[in-house]
Ligand binder design. Structure first.
Ligand code: SAM
Ligand code: SF4
Length: 473
């Protein structure tokens, strides 16, 4: 075990009532009238209660499910706009003291190849990502004494300092172990965006089975309270998640909604993002996953989350195949990773072909390069966005409820998506993508009803074409 201060947040308590969640799953039956009332409520962007969410999860009839999907699509179209934020994960180190049974980095797996990027290697990874056009990264770490808050903060600073030509990283998010309040503060001071911690499973019995008790991660409460301590340490931009496949998918959705409501109640700010990774094959993984989430369940859970937490971004990772991403993105996903490589140091070597699973955490489902993902999105009339403006203008936490502010999407998100897309087209895109990208920009500009706003956007686009960078609203 690591020797860190394990004081919980003020007023910490276990807000996950397993029996209540289980009873909602067992006793909620499909009720079309009630479901339609709930759908009407979510179209007004009202957060759903855990009970209402359970009612949507209980739906099995294909027709009623279609109504859920249609409402999620409609909510997305009417309210969230059509921009998709792009990022890349960057694994900094895979040493780990834990023994999570589903993970290719677990401590007892002696055949896993372990490495921590040196400063030089980290810089080279960042340069390689910048040369592809990335502006937003999430740095990922195993849990080990060497990945201290000071080390994590150092790697964040180094990432921001590393620039080439017009390439720079403007937002660094973190996926790492839960810290003490002081630990979170040290990391926050390096200028991070979102701090992500996935609870993995909200069911305590399953949690105990997957995370052996004598490990750091074996302490359910230390992890559950992680986001609360992060908030106390100054991080008001938080990402929660569950690893689907460890327990009943409905339990995890209700756990996530309970967690979101808890943060909203306690701090007045819900989570900035929710992630819903599904467990993937990994090195040394031989589990009988009786709860593996099917594609149909996955679609339903994404649509239901969209409806339940109207102010929260949804992240769908490259664990999912291109086909599934294509089907599910319309339900209101707001962020995806692209050009994803998990092997430590593999962006600079441009390694292609089969993944070497003894060097990586799990098998990804969508290995497409950033450019291919951009083209796919634009063909679907989505605006790929590298926007980082809210975080840089201090629009975070309680000041940042982007979806809650009328007109926010039209005034900020869409214009900023167009500006960052134009930067990408100028600096990194092949000619064919450039043509398709500017055609999309023209179509989007034609939709801007406010002529003064359209003029402002056009002026900034012209500046970008003449070489100015990093313009935002
Ligand atoms: N070590 C830190 C921790 O556990 O919080 C950082 C996170 S880990 C590198 C990132 C996430 O990957 C985990 O939280 C887990 O949800 C997910 N993960 C682990 N094994 C996986 C697998 N086999 N398939 C898909 N996702 C997996
Ligand atoms: Fe370590 Fe995280 Fe993998 Fe668990 S999920 S073994 S903590 S890297």
């Amino acid at each position: 075990m690591m020797n860190i201060d394990k004081t919980l947040s003020k007023g910490a308590f276990d807000f996950i009532d397993d029996a209540k969640i289980q009873s909602l799953i067992d006793n909620t039956v499909e009720d079309a009238g009630k479901v339609r009332e709930i759908l009407a409520k979510s179209l007004e962007k009202k957060p759903l209660s855990v009970e209402e969410t359970a009612a949507l999860l209980a739906v099995k009839s294909p027709d009623l499910l279609e109504e859920i999907y249609d409402t999620a699509r409609k909510l997305k179209n009417d309210v969230y706009g059509n921009r998709i934020v792009l990022f890349a994960p960057l694994y900094v180190g895979n040493y780990c003291i834990n023994n999570c049974k589903y993970c290719g980095f677990r401590n007892s797996l002696h055949t896993a190849v372990r490495h921590t990027l040196s400063d030089e290697e980290l810089k080279n990874e960042v340069l390689a990502l910048e040369n592809e056009g990335h502006k937003r990264l999430i740095l990922v770490y195993g849990e080990a004494p060497q990945y201290s808050p000071e080390f994590i903060a150092h790697t964040v600073r180094l990432t921001y300092q590393t620039k080439i030509g017009n390439g720079e990283i403007r937002r660094v998010n973190i996926n790492a172990a839960p810290q003490s309040v002081d630990g979170f503060r040290i990391i926050k001071e390096a200028g991070i965006g979102t701090y992500q911690i996935f609870q993995e499973t909200y069911n305590k019995q399953a949690y105990r089975w997957y995370h052996p008790e004598n490990t750091m991660k074996g302490d359910f409460m230390w992890r559950l309270d992680g986001m609360d301590r992060a908030f106390e340490g100054g991080c008001d931009d938080l990402g929660i998640g569950a690893l689907f496949g460890l327990y009943d998918w409905r339990f995890e959705v209700l756990g996530l909604v309970t967690h979101a409501l808890h943060l909203q109640d306690k701090f007045g700010v819900g989570p900035h993002t929710i992630s819903f990774p599904r467990i993937k094959p990994a090195h040394g993984l031989d589990l009988d996953l009786k709860y593996q989430t099917t594609d149909e369940q996955f679609k339903q859970l994404v649509a239901v989350l969209r409806l339940a937490v109207p102010y929260t971004g949804l992240i769908m990772t490259a664990r999912e195949s291109a086909e599934i991403r294509d089907q599910v993105i319309d339900f209101g996903v707001s962020q995806i990773d692209a050009g994803t490589r998990l092997e430590i140091g593999s962006y600079q070597t441009k390694r292609t072909g089969e993944q070497q699973l003894n060097r990586e955490q799990f098998k990804i489902g969508d290995p497409r390069e950033l450019g291919e993902v951009m083209e796919w999105l634009m063909n679907k009339d989505y605006i790929p966005s590298f926007c980082t403006s809210c975080y840089r203008l201090g629009r975070t936490g309680e000041h940042f409820m982007e979806y809650a502010i009328p007109g926010f999407i039209h005034n900020f998100c869409t214009p900023n998506a167009l500006l960052t897309l134009s930067e990408y087209l100028e600096d990194y895109a092949p000619e064919s993508t450039k043509a398709a990208g500017y055609a999309l920009i023209d179509r989007e500009l034609a939709k801007v009803a406010d002529e003064a706003k359209a003029k402002l956007i056009r002026e900034r686009l012209a500046k970008i074409k003449s070489g100015v960078r990093d313009l935002y609203f």
